[in-house]
Ligand binder design. Sequence first.
Ligand code: ZN
Length: 1133
Amino acid sequence: MSGRMYRPGNQQRASSSTSDCRCNVVLIYQSGMRSILRYIPRKCRRLLIVCMLLTLTTLVLLSLHREIQNSEWTSEHIFEKVHDPFGSRHERKCIVQHYFKEEALADTHLSALQRNEERAQCFIGEDVNVDIQMEDVWDTVSIGYPNLILTVTGWLDTIQMSWTAKPLHVIVMPHSHQDPGWLQTVDSYFSGSTRHTLDLMVEKLTKNPTWTFIWAEVGLLQRWWAKATNTQKAQFLRLVKTGQLELVSGAWVMTDESVVHYGAMLDQLMEGHIWLKDHVNVTVENSWAIDPFGHSSTMAYLLGQSGVRNMIVQRTHFAVKRHMAKQKSFEFNWRQNWDVKGTADIFCHVMPFMLYGIPYSCGPNRHVCCKFDFYKKQCFYGKRRKDLLDISDNNVAELAKELWKQLQMKSELFRSNVLLMPHGDDFRYKTAEEWDKQFVNLEKIMDYINNNPEMQMKIEFGTLKDYFTYLHGSRDRPKTNTYPVLSGDLFPYSDRGEQYWSGFYSTRPHFKYLVRQLQHFLRSAEILFTFSVAGLNVNTNIKNLYSRLEKARQTLALSQHHDAITGTSKRGVMRDYSSRVQSALDDTIEVHKKTVSNILGKKTQKNIFVNITESFSTSGYFPTNVVCTLETPINLIIWNDVGQPRHELIHVVVDTPFVKVNDESSRPVIHQISPVWDKQRYINTKHYLLSLDVHIEAFSLSTFTVSAESVRSESKFAALYNVTDRHNNRSPPLELGLFRVYHIVKTFISVTSACMTAVFKTCDGMLYSVLHKDLKDTYRADTHFVTYSTGRYTDPFRDKSGAYTFVPDGAAKDVSEKPHVIVVEGSLFTEVRAMYKDIVHISRIYNISGVLNEIVHVENYVDISNKYWDNTELVMRIETSINSGEYFCTDSNGFQLHRRKTRSKMTIQGNFYPMTSAAILESDTARFTLLSSHSLGVASIVSGWLEVVLDRRLVQDDWRGLREGVTDNTQSKTSFYLLFEKKLLRNRERQGNVRYMCLQTFRSEFVADTLNSPLKVYSTKAFDNLQSTEIKTKLIPSLPCGWLVMNLRMLNVQNKVKESLITIHRRGLDCSYSAGSMTCLNRESLRWSDLRLQLHEVTETSLTGVNEIRKHQISDPLNVEPMQIKTYKIAFR
Ligand SMILES: [Zn+2]
């Protein structure tokens, strides 16, 4: 075989930004006209040329413009221009068949039940009745920022506060914010700072019974506990018992709330809560999140369902804080947009000032509050400095009066006369001197105030629990239910001017991708582990595996920290996180291999060595496939870890192109052989991609046999098309050995599957439109790359984008480079590959049965490590024909969808939101859903457009403490599903009129699982003499549509009775869209006994599994309401 390495052509980056793909058409028309005009007298020629060119150009541009603007494109319109060389060779059904086939309902039954079942599964939404709807607040607030020289001082300096002296009860709450990694690694911070703070905390609080402290980060506490002496542990426990020390949040880390998936959010909360229950025997009541960059309502929901009653948050847009100050609404009951009855409300306190440090904690004037930071030497007053003094008899009266006044002013912002004064900052209280200076000086001031009755103030040290107890219990204050009710979330976040913290949504996307992979692999490993060991006697091997799981859980939890997954740590620290995640992935993969062997071994009574066919690397190109050698036949074992059956393609790399594949019943399996692309660019001439069309039942392992075939059949091979744009005369040669290569010249490429036709532009290899066959509708989906830059401003004092913030210097510009386009056409999938110098963009159309037939799968492999990309954000923009107006939806941590509004009063960056897994454009008649493999920033700047920031390379710091830019870019992969759906008018009323939220549809929810929990593929040497039916293993029966087992997590392996926590999320689905023939079984009668888990006992618990709610009978129905998540502790027989 003579296939040689293929490189994309020597494209030069055009300096002009106007060479849009569509403009080439105009140039051709112009050159044609020139030859005609040669025959016209020279005198008139110039004038005529000019006139005609102008007229023609205008006409062409106008007609193109009309085409582009016309949202009601018909299929004929496109096919006028497009000759379709890639007609579907194999007819496949454009319906989801066999959905829950196993339940074996008769066909007649299916159709009769369908409507009812659909209704039963649907979420009938209605708007919640609240006092503060954040989307409405954004419409009304002024986002102007005070034009001060030192804007960093915070907006409240500028507010003239009127205040009166009143009785106050002040809780002074010392705290220390501990980042498990940021400027230093977690190890370095722990040994240099955290452990000293914890040692001193136990020592000082024990010696001084009136002193109090709070601690939030359980992951760091666990490290300290492992080395603490018995005396220290005993003292620690006593301090918790007396209430001097309060453990707040109880989470492993103070998680980011923008780009974290709710599965991992809950995992790290569980990890912390369970550790606290086991080691300290406490359950947490109050949450403390002062540093995450914006706050999500999903976090509020998870906390509330985990037994937390009150929460404190901090980083919120300055305009929202100003609004809350005017309304006295810094304290409110936070309601989910779907929770009409308010059953999941949680009380929330927003800290009113710009930051959480001491200068921003006692009152509105940071220059005064700074004086009470007794460990500091000096305070700054603008450019002046003032030495800080310890409290003495000489100055106590004056300083007490100043503090008293600040507290009185601060309390004007709240509805109650109980006031919280936090007192701490990053990595504080790490020396004995600081403990003494802060506490002793504060004590002197507090004594002075308490001993002067005319000040009418009681001031004492306390914890969050003290504050909230006094607040809610106080007689002369409003009761909790008189506080306003708020819905929505606290995004976007800006702390000053136009500096929106919307950049980090896409900072270091490779790390975000890797963390999400760890999350999927860990969840899958947890489920396999529970099935593998439930009911077994513990042996050493199982203990070893369990410790690998525990390590991986803790690494996943650590990576949710607000400076980890956000990508906002120093580059060395990011490397440290990456290597931890890599090793956790290795651990979970080991658990996969061993548990699958174990489950199969139990079935077959054999020792089966299983390998996984995917491997990950933190630095290289990924994921890489392990090559399956077919010298002898192999078995592929496929694991579906979700509760619904799936019809998908799986891909493995093999060393021969001639293969035979059979399923468990020895029936041949349809497959395709395509090239393997090294680093996504170069064709590997030794290996081949084998793609199988498989149907796997819910929660089951299925086995296929693959062997080399002696008969050389090339009919399974994909054909390659080397595409030259009709107007872009480049066609590098392509020699690919076994694969047939065709050269074609075209303006558009169309790819047809059973369900749809997708049309691509040949000039840039990107999607242009989608025609749904059954819907008879064509949607424009013009996709291209654009870039934002930040460096154009010459003013050195003007801030530019950095790791946190996004500050573009104008509208996005088109990427003008023209890629080399190759089409790989096969019977199961066809892909269009656009190879740019630093980007490989792949669009894949599937031709299998099932919902995947209806999507376009887009992957980008982006490498912007070159200096050429300095101060650039690379964006994939999809311009659709959906008339979405100024609204679009983005998901909140993958748990729910908020309806967002693009506001012209905001800058571009203020209109970007985090997309953890989905973004939606919707009109009265149709919907476009973009599903993403991991978190990135997204916006809909123009009606019908969605743009996603794929990666960003920034050479400067953005003045938030990191002191470096982001220039360690590595290749990053992004994976998206694009889905168009038509709205069924007859169903409109069913969903109700919900303005502030969106819901997933049946289809989008189903394909999202495919993207988020890909089928896992293992290989093994083919079993000998084994009836293949023996190795089909089904662990749990199918669940209804929308039901997700978020986790099935073993609690211990030591105890005689094995226990797991099973967490189930029932997603609310939108029935305004057809479910097609997806038939969701009516599971109102789903019972615990239906699960094949040999259950002994079932107890409903709080979400993190530590508080028992009630015991269930095994015969009880399993009942989770739409939108809810519930956790149950299950014990196995
Ligand atoms: Zn922090």
